[in-house]
Each structure stands twice: as C-alpha cells, then as structure tokens.
Ligand binder design. Structure first.
Ligand code: PAF
Length: 283
C-alpha cells in the first residue's frame, strides 16, 4: 500500500489513473479503523481498479467542546489493517494543507441537515460536506462508499452530490454490528465496560420497535414510547433524540405508512452513540 500525504501528489496520481481508464473508489474515514470501515473497503474493492482510503480527523466537523482533541487515533494500526484489507492508497493529508491560512470556503446542505443530529451538532454537517467535497476534488473517485450508521450523513452526501452535479456514485453500506448488536464506531472506545453493556440497549430498542411494527403498530408515539423504555435513561445514559422520519427527506412522521427511519442519538458516559433502523410496515 502506498501512502500519500501531499494533495498535489494525490491529484496527479488520480489524474494518471483516470487517463489510463482505471476506476477509482474512495472510502473516506477519520481513522481508528474498525471492522465497519474494513467492510466498506471489502464491499467496494471488486468495483474499482484503485482503492483509496482517506484518513483525516476533520476539525471543521467538530463543534466547540466536542471530542476533536481526544478523538481516538492509531495511525500505525490503521496502516496495517488497510494494507491487510487490500487498499492501494492511504491518503493521509495534513490539517495545515487541507485548511491552509485564510481558508474561508464551506459547502452547506440545507434541509436534510436540520433535524436529528443537526439540532445538537449545528457545525457537523457543514464540516462533513466541506471535507467530503475537498476529498472528491483531490482523489477524483468514480464512486465513494459510506456506512448507514451515519444515515443522516449519507442522505446529506447523496443530496449534495445530486444538487452539485458531482459525477460520483455514492454507495451506502448496511450497519456493521458487534456480536451483541452494538453498531461499530470508533467512539465505542470511550465506553467503560459497564457503559459498554448499557450501550446494547440501543440495538435492543430498535429490535423491539421492529417487532411492534411487524405486529401492525402504526402509531409513532407508541413506538417511540417503547424505544425510550428500553433505552431507560439513568446516571450515565441520556437520550439526545429518538425520532421517526421519512428516510429520504428526513421529515418527522407520526405514523408508519411506508418505510420509516427510526433514528437515535444517546449519550452513554462521554460517548455520543447513534444508531438507526428502517422500519418496514407489514402489508
Ligand atoms: O463518517 C466519517 O468518518 C466522517 O464524517 C467522514 C465522512 C470521513 C468525513 O470526515
């Protein structure tokens, strides 16, 4: 695996692959790779000639007081895992080159970024769409893949790619879970063993909601009540939001009349965990 740190070097390499007719795929990451990231790499590997991952903890998507400084980092391990997974290029830019002095340009998607995580993390999506646009311009991929755990992020990136006529295929990939159901996330590293046990409630609550909907429940409030009961707030568990919405527009719904996104963000200790499921009503 080749490591590229400089933006012009990455752009030149991508340009030469494109001229040679090669298909480029990008897996954007903030590093501290886990099985969820590796699954994205494996999923897109057969759909490209050159597989690029980016490793960049993007400061513009963290708000004041959020975990930018303590976000887990282990570059040596990331490089080993990416190499073993068959990645061709790890693009690892420096923050000073990505956001050089005088930087003042941002990409902002309105609408789908407003509800859910947009309420408690107002800077987040602007930072994500900005850095993803920059990565697209630097790596010039034909396709890029994102996990569905960050469902709102995926909807936002799809919206941006469509609205700005980006000639890039955006691929979503199902959530990868630990054996006990916890969605894989670099932030799981923040959990103590006790908090880790409590975190399985997120997945359990989604499963309970799926059962209710399968049995014919259509009333949104009844489903959310059950979910909140399973999540059971306590000393170190606090719900940020639990919401039902349309999976494309992310507008809130109060009845299940078609596929419906059940999305949640829950603080467990210092970790803010997100999870979701698309509920399909029985015919
Ligand atoms: O999902 C992430 O890890 C990040 O938000 C992304 C897409 C790499 C942008 O920094």
């Amino acid at each position: 695996m080749r490591i590229i740190e400089s933006i012009p070097e990455m752009q030149q390499a991508s340009e030469s692959w494109r001229c040679a007719g090669k298909q480029i795929a990008l897996v954007p990451t903030m590093g501290y790779l886990h099985e969820g990231h590796l699954e994205l790499m494996r999923a897109v590997r057969p759909r490209c000639d050159v597989l690029v991952i980016s490793i960049f903890v993007n400061p513009t998507q963290f708000g004041p007081g959020e975990d930018f400084e303590r976000y887990p980092r282990d570059l040596d391990r990331d490089i080993r895992l990416a190499t073993e997974t068959g990645v061709d290029i790890a693009f690892i830019p420096h923050v000073d080159e990505m956001y050089s002095e005088g930087y003042q340009t941002f990409v902002n998607v309105t609408g789908v970024t407003t509800p859910l995580c947009g309420r408690s993390r107002p800077a987040f999506f602007r930072g994500v769409t900005t850095v993803v646009t920059k990565l697209f311009h630097i790596v010039k991929p034909h396709r890029a893949i994102f996990g569905e755990k960050d469902f709102q992020q995926l909807v936002t990136i799809r919206r941006m790619a469509q609205d700005l006529n980006m000639d890039i295929q955006i691929i979503g990939h199902p959530i990868v879970r630990e054996p006990d159901g916890l969605a894989m996330s670099s932030r799981n590293a923040y959990l103590t063993p006790e908090q880790r046990r409590k975190s399985t409630r997120l997945h359990r609550s989604l499963k309970e909601a799926e059962v209710l909907v399968r049995k014919g429940e259509k009333n949104g409030e009844a489903i959310l009540k059950k979910v909140r009961e399973v999540l059971a707030e306590g000393d170190d568990v606090r719900i940020d939001y639990v919401q039902l919405c349309d999976p494309t527009t992310l507008k809130e719904v109060d009845r299940i009349s078609g596929p419906t996104l059940l999305a949640m963000a829950v603080h467990v200790g210092i970790a803010r965990l997100i999870d979701n499921s698309v509920l399909i009503p029985s015919p």
